[in-house]
Design a protein around this ligand. Structure first.
Ligand SMILES: *Cc1c(COP(=O)(O)O)cnc(C)c1O
Length: 431
């Protein structure tokens, strides 16, 4: 420790970090040098990152070499308010400067207020409750434990859908359907069965008194933005109620105003889940997730001592959540997401080489007429746009909900050339 640090130990002045403080901590470098250092220091689970990003503002980010990108992925549906939103930044900074972490032996005003706010937005009935986590997968872990607690009568089965993505930790991974994610880590927690997507007959067949829970994404995000039909969601609600199974909706990606509703299931009348998982957009970029349990009976399934977390629900994370929800409300995010989303989808449909467009609000997937989606991501980067491939021929957009029509138009204008570049075989391009 240097002298200043020793001198202020135990009584820090609330001084903001000086400009460039982060550069002093990291060393500062060019993009290529950072990537070399990355590969020497980080576990290889993500491959080599596409760019080294150093700064963001609104819907734009800048890389270490000074290039600007329009961020149409939003940190995978996380940066609901874009980057460096002034209100979220100020609330998070002032909460951290006031009280940062306290453990769940204590509570804080921001924790209580965010729980109340989520219950109000979810229009959750009396007796509904919230458990805070730091991520989506942890929210799903809590949901799996809730499902297990609905198994006292011998219910052992949990149903999930083909194409489902629910996270990477063991319980959530058991719910995730992709073999490449699952198989290297088996045995996974037992009892999960995957049934065909959006198939009410298959659901009816699978459902009986041995099912503890049915876990669904109202819109499958990682599978390429595939919405369940309203009819499927209603059938799922009826059958789970009839057989005493929990209906657990994973709104980690589809929630928090992204689809033009606070939660995607609210688009479908009569579908109120027994539990709902949240994360991604909730903290506006700060890590925070939640499990919401609906009604007294479901909330009562998990009691004191049966689950926990050290960081979950800490004052800074919950302040971030409160600030995010407040800012989304005051900007009219539901209407805005649905307007800009409709504009983008209509525009995409008209682009040559786009075969199908799906999604609601600003959660959008579109299929190309060939398997060049990864090449399109590269071509888009070169043209100054961040987009994402969920598969060989499918692209996803999950931009900040503050995206303007004008910004969306720049992608639509650039897309034909991006797709042409992506379709050009590499040998032709280099010839
Ligand atoms: C991203 C995601 C998760 C996992 O969230 P993490 O924060 O990455 O753990 C779970 N469910 C859905 C639907 C997701 O999109």
């Amino acid at each position: 420790m240097n002298e200043t640090a020793i001198a202020t130990h135990g009584r820090h002045a609330a001084a903001p970090a000086a400009d460039g403080a982060v550069d002093v901590l990291t060393g500062g470098d060019s993009g290529a040098e950072w990537l070399a250092r990355y590969n020497g220091a980080l576990l290889g689970v993500f491959g080599t990152p596409q760019r080294v990003l150093v700064r963001g503002s609104g819907c734009y980010v800048w890389d270490a070499d000074g290039t600007r990108y329009l961020d149409l992925l939003g940190g995978i549906a996380v940066n609901a308010l874009g980057h460096a939103h002034p209100f979220v930044t100020s609330v998070v900074s002032s909460q951290l400067a006031t009280l940062g972490h306290i453990s769940n032996f204590f509570t804080s005003p921001t924790q209580v207020a965010l729980a109340e706010k989520l219950l109000a937005l979810a229009q959750a009935p009396a007796g509904s409750r919230v458990f805070f986590t730091n991520s989506g997968t942890e929210a799903l872990e809590a949901a799996v434990k809730l499902a297990r607690r609905n198994s006292t009568t011998g219910r052992r089965r949990i149903l999930a859908l083909d194409g489902a993505f629910h996270g990477r930790t063991m319980g959530a991974l058991a719910l995730t359907s992709k073999k490449a994610y699952r198989e290297p880590f088996e045995p996974l927690p037992a009892g999960v069965e995957h049934i065909p997507f959006n198939d009410t007959d298959a659901l009816r067949e699978a459902m009986d008194g041995s099912v503890a829970a049915l876990v669904l994404e109202p819109i499958q995000g990682e599978a390429g933005v595939r919405p369940l039909s309203p009819e499927y969601l209603r059938t799922a609600r009826e059958l789970t109620r009839e057989h005493g199974a929990l209906l657990i909706l994973d709104e980690v990606q589809s929630g928090i105003a992204r689809t033009g509703h606070w939660f995607a299931h609210q688009a479908v009348d009569g579908v109120v889940p027994d539990a709902m998982t949240l994360a991604k957009g909730l903290g506006g970029g700060f890590p925070v997730g939640a499990l919401v349990t609906f009604g007294e009976d479901v909330s009562g399934l998990i009691g004191a001592g049966q689950h926990g977390t050290t960081f979950g629900g800490n004052p800074v994370a919950t302040a971030a959540g409160l600030a995010t929800l407040h800012a989304l409300e005051s900007m009219g995010a539901l209407q805005h997401a649905s307007d800009v989303g409709a504009y983008l989808r209509a525009g995409l449909t008209a682009v040559d080489g786009v075969a199908a467009v799906r999604g609601e609000g600003l959660l959008i997937g579109f299929d190309l007429d060939g398997e060049h989606a990864p090449a399109a991501v590269q071509a888009a980067l070169a043209a100054g746009f961040i987009i994402n491939a969920t598969g060989p021929s499918t692209l996803r957009l999950a931009p900040p909900l503050i995206l303007t029509t004008e910004q969306a138009a720049t992608l639509l204008d650039a897309l034909p050339a991006i797709l042409r570049t992506a379709q050009t075989p590499a040998r032709e391009a280099s010839a």
